[in-house]
Design a protein. Structure first.
Length: 76
């Protein structure tokens, strides 16, 4: 189970709040303070190859797709 899909499991526990609370207590991933998993792409959820300058917070793949919409120009 990756850090991005742990919330999908919670749908199974909607009718059982006690079991849901116990599951969250033992299986919720900890908040990261450093490392690659701290920053995540706001568009697709990838962890690596982040562009954080200017508050963009996108991975390089998503940035290439929407760079012109954001106002960036390709010079080569």
């Amino acid at each position: 189970m990756t850090a991005s899909d742990w919330r999908k499991m919670l749908k199974q526990f909607n009718r059982k709040p006690a079991i849901r609370a116990k599951w969250i207590k033992h299986n919720k991933p900890k908040e990261r303070t450093a490392g690659i998993a701290k920053k995540k792409c706001e568009r697709c959820g990838r962890f690596g190859a982040m562009i954080n300058r200017y508050g963009i917070n996108l991975c390089r793949h998503c940035f290439r797709e929407i760079a012109e919409d954001l106002g960036f120009k390709k010079y080569s």
